[in-house]
Design a protein around this ligand. Structure first.
Ligand code: GLP
Length: 250
């Protein structure tokens, strides 16, 4: 596990974008596992800038996203498909047919999940999976207590996650209660994992995930068992980990 400490959100985003662009340069047809949430927005912005400057091409890249709200259409402004289009896909040369996000309107969610697992397999697995982390240590929508052996599945969101995501909706009532999400097993099968975390409010979750016991109660703690994980975080997010004496790179 490598832990990189960045001064602030901007430098954290730049470093994460550097790692993703290195992956794309080394393997132009790589499979990127992509994430939503507020944290990766700066990373995507940096990638778009480098694309526009001609430093990077996504022409052969395939992508799979972690999760999607159940019941939201791809055109809903808070759907994760919409997020990916507006933050990344619409601004780079990735082929639309090579981008994959779970269908929140799937009539048969179980079948959608099974098809997504097969898709990931057919693509040859994920080369680099980008992750954010929730305040309760959730990754994608794998909530505390979820089984580590699960693949893509239907999830009922916890109150804490609904609270955290209310900021993106008009009201708490508008936040979907369920989602489709890759499981921990899909994430752990990725060849490399890159997690981005920012802010003091995540410091406790970072401490538990990376210096605490591996437990289902803190889903991100499972990453301690993965052979190739890079955590890129700002000083605030790493503050408690550093206090606890865990070594980090500058
Ligand atoms: C959502 C997403 C997660 C994301 C988390 C944290 O629940 N499903 O993939 O990591 O939010 O988001 P943020 O980066 O906005 O704190």
């Amino acid at each position: 596990m490598r832990i990189y400490q960045s001064e602030d959100y901007k430098s954290m985003s730049r470093r994460a974008a550097n790692i993703i662009s290195a992956q794309v340069i080394y393997k132009p047809d790589c499979v990127l596992g992509l994430a939503t949430g507020g944290t990766p927005v700066g990373t995507y912005k940096q990638l778009v800038d480098w694309y526009k400057e001609g430093d990077l091409s996504f022409a052969e890249v395939r992508s799979v996203n972690l999760d999607e709200y159940l019941g939201l259409s791809p055109h809903h402004e808070q759907s994760y498909r919409y997020f990916m289009q507006s933050n990344l896909f619409d601004h780079i040369d990735i082929k639309p047919e090579n981008t994959h996000v779970l269908n929140g309107l799937a009539k048969d969610p179980q079948a959608e999940c099974a098809a997504y697992n097969k898709l990931i397999q057919d693509l040859g697995g994920i080369d680099l999976q980008l992750l954010g982390m929730g305040h309760n240590g959730h990754i994608a929508f794998n909530e505390p207590g979820d089984d580590f052996g699960l693949e893509t599945h239907l999830v009922t969101l916890t109150d804490r996650t609904i609270d955290a995501n209310t900021r993106f909706f008009d009201s708490r009532d508008d936040v979907p209660r369920q989602a489709l999400s890759m499981g921990i097993k899909n994430i752990m099968n990725a060849r490399r994992i890159l997690m981005v975390v920012s802010g003091e409010d995540k410091a406790e979750a970072v401490l538990k995930a990376f210096a605490g016991p591996v437990t289902k109660e803190v889903p991100a703690s499972v990453l301690q068992l993965h052979p190739d994980v890079t955590l890129v975080a700002d000083k605030a997010a790493l503050s408690k980990l550093v206090e606890a004496g865990v070594p980090v790179c500058g």
